[in-house]
Design a protein around this ligand. Structure first.
Ligand SMILES: [Zn+2]
Length: 227
């Protein structure tokens, strides 16, 4: 089926049978959840949550990354979606969803080579390279495929800490009005692991965050020295 045929099918089968629903939906959206997911076409928030249009606000990018407030450069596209969801739509949940066989995370493992081919993607993914380096230093003997799975999981959990660098997220979380969770979706088995902000990975995330902070400080010092 081509795209035109798909749209016709939507009008004939979906829209025609649910006209009232779409008429009400047009008036307002009241999503309960902000879903931060990888752009990967296999990760579908509506299917995972068995949700209807209007329930889930989404921000998707390669490897489901939330730029930390202190990261250099501006990332208004990503941050504005979070800002709008929290401040205006007042979502009750933010879910960051990592997944198995993530091409973005695999690229983080080979970032230098990858960046030559896809410089924009490389620059974006560099935000999570500290997690990959951390895994190499802590688990030098781990098999590469296991390191990738660990990166996929840790990268999702790391984003909860990244979210907390924004006062508008932190304040709402601390007031008990916002729930933060990281998911790891194993596409092949359908299994979904759920991690809270305070999870088994918290100590690791603290170490990774500190390493990233030091790396950024060193980068800034080098830039100043060059100038
Ligand atoms: Zn992915």
């Amino acid at each position: 089926m081509n795209l035109k045929e798909r749209i016709e099918k939507f009008k004939e089968l979906e829209y025609e049978f649910n006209k009232d629903f779409y008429s009400k939906l047009e008036k307002r959206q009241r999503p309960h959840t902000l879903f931060i997911g990888c752009s990967d076409s296999r990760v579908d928030a509506e299917t995972l949550f068995q949700a209807e249009p209007g329930e889930i606000f989404q921000m998707r990018n390669i490897a489901n990354i939330v730029p930390r407030e202190e990261e250099p450069g501006t990332h208004p596209s990503a941050v504005s979606a979070i800002e709008y969801a929290v401040k205006v739509l007042k979502v009750k949940n933010i879910v960051v969803c990592g997944h198995s066989k993530c091409g973005g995370c695999a690229a983080i493992r080979k970032l230098k080579t990858y960046s030559k081919k896809l410089p924009y993607t490389g620059e974006w993914l560099a935000q999570s390279v500290t997690i990959s380096d951390y895994i190499d230093s802590k688990y030098p003997d781990m098999k590469e495929k296991d390191k990738l799975v660990m990166l996929e999981k840790l990268n999702a959990v790391q984003q909860l800490d990244n979210l907390m660098t924004y006062d508008f997220v932190k304040d709402r979380f601390k007031s008990g009005k916002l729930n933060l969770q990281a998911y790891y979706y194993d596409i092949g088995s359908g299994a979904i692991s759920v991690y809270d902000y305070d999870s088994v990975f918290s100590d690791m995330i603290n170490e990774i965050t500190e390493a990233r902070r030091l790396a950024l400080a060193a980068e800034e010092e080098n830039t100043q020295a060059e100038n």
